[in-house]
Design a protein around this ligand. Structure first.
Ligand code: TYD
Ligand code: MG
Length: 430
């Protein structure tokens, strides 16, 4: 006996027996590549069959563009449905022309009516459906007002149920405001398997992240650039967020070696300190969590005696990408220290390491990979935690064959090591 995930769920529903785990066909949980490697990585290796995904983002960020491109590039011969309650078929056709997203098996249906949408599902049996947007879908069974949390929850539930029982993939577009998900789509977050956010970084740069992912991690970062013909993948972004500078660095600037998901990025962190006016100090930082900035500032003050508690602290990340990884602590500390003292960091230095409250520089994962990426981009010094603590091991490595082999053959990068913030400061400004 072998049971597919979708069919299995449908069959089990009305029955009272469970299945022996060895009788379940693991191939039923197979993935379908979206045709966008960045999206596939954020999802954990492509779309999982029978899964529902919510893609949130501000209006105009590029959600429809991304998904129309995916509809045309999906690595499947099955039928694909693009359902829009916002645009007319002609508008969608024109956009598809511009994006080069025409494909025989891609079908368009413009409606907001849940019952009609479900009938089309039954007729088409799509392998992938895009609902653009969930806020426009409406059922009279869920109250009289469209767009309410109740409507969104009900309609998401109904469509997700269909997708799961038919082993189909469904992606819901959700418009959200700057403050994050608004009440309606928030209700849908619990129903779907993955919640993705599409954000604007700087200019035409777009960042894709998962805040929930039943089938993969949530720490992958997808990067795109919006161009004249849609979204381009940034498959090797390690250096794109760096600012090319000649001569001395300005004070307050430090380069962090960030490990996001499975990739390394070098990112410039910029800090500015100015005396606080009203006796109350504030942290202005929307790319790095403000409480982290405050914590690092406190560690600097305690460890070095450099006063930051009477300063307003401004922190920015070049390129505008949001950073949450622990390994940025050391670069953030160096940027703040440099901003306050007016002493620039030496050229060609890149930093990675976590800072404890006691002022120790703690090891972070993938130090070897980070150092190699920094070297490849021309950094002469990599400052990080003392090597003894992490040795040569590439922990958390998801691709042992490739990376380990590479690690052996590559020449080991030169390290400047520091086991404390004080030692790091001595190494940078000796
Ligand atoms: P869109 O995908 O419609 O955003 P959303 O669905 O998230 O509201 O994209 C909107 C913007 O993207 C629009 O202002 C025009 C721009 N754009 C491009 O720059 N290039 C393109 O090829 C396309 C299709 C859109
Ligand atoms: Mg749209």
């Amino acid at each position: 006996m072998s049971v597919s995930a979708g069919a299995g769920r449908a069959e089990i529903k009305g029955e009272t027996y469970s299945l022996p785990i060895i009788a379940i066909d693991p191939a039923s949980g197979t993935r379908i590549l979206s045709g966008s490697p960045e999206l596939d990585r954020v999802l954990g290796g492509g779309f999982m069959r029978g899964s529902a995904i919510l893609l949130g983002g501000e209006p105009g960020i590029g959600k429809s563009t991304l998904l129309l491109q995916v509809c045309a590039k999906l690595e499947s011969k099955g039928r694909v449905l693009y359902i829009s309650g916002e645009e007319s078929p002609a508008q969608i056709r024109m956009r598809a022309d511009r994006l080069g997203a025409l494909k025989e098996n891609l079908e368009v249906f413009c409606s907001s009516d849940l019952d009609r949408i479900l009938s089309v599902f039954d007729a088409v049996r799509p392998v992938l459906t895009v609902i653009d947007s969930i806020q426009t879908v409406y059922s009279p069974d869920a109250g009289v007002v469209p767009g309410t949390a109740n409507q969104i929850k009900y309609c998401t539930q109904e469509m997700t149920e269909w997708a799961k029982t038919h082993d189909s993939i469904i992606v819901f577009v959700a418009h959200v405001t700057k403050d994050g998900l608004i009440a309606g789509p928030k209700a849908a977050e619990h129903i779907v398997d993955a919640v993705l956010a599409f954000e604007q970084a700087e200019g035409d740069l777009r960042a894709l992240r998962a805040s929930k992912n039943r089938f993969g991690s949530t720490d992958e970062l997808g990067l795109y650039r919006m161009g004249a013909r849609g979204l381009d993948e940034l498959s090797d972004p390690s250096g794109i967020l760096l600012i090319q500078r000649s001569g001395e660095l300005p004070p307050g600037v430090a380069v962090a070696i960030v490990h996001e998901g499975s990739r390394v990025l070098l990112v410039e962190i910029q800090a500015l300190t100015v005396p606080a006016k009203a006796g109350i100090t504030r942290v202005y930082s929307d790319r790095i969590d403000a409480s982290r900035v405050a914590r690092i500032a406190a560690v600097i003050e305690k460890q070095t005696g450099l006063r930051l508690s009477d300063q307003d602290l401004y922190v920015n990340v070049a390129g505008g990408v949001r950073l949450a990884e622990p390994g940025i602590d050391l670069a953030l500390a160096a940027a703040l220290y440099s901003a306050r003292t007016g002493q620039p960091l030496p050229m060609g230095a890149a930093l990675a390491g976590e800072l404890s409250l006691a002022g120790e520089v703690r090891p972070v994962r993938q130090m070897g990979k980070r150092a190699r990426a920094a070297k490849a981009l021309g950094f002469s010094t990599v400052l990080g935690p003392a090597e003894a603590k992490y040795g040569d091991r590439e922990d958390g490595d998801t691709k042992p064959e490739a990376t380990r082999a590479g690690a052996k053959s590559a020449t080991k990068p030169e390290w400047a090591q520091a086991d404390s913030l004080k030692a790091a400061i001595r190494a940078l400004w000796r």
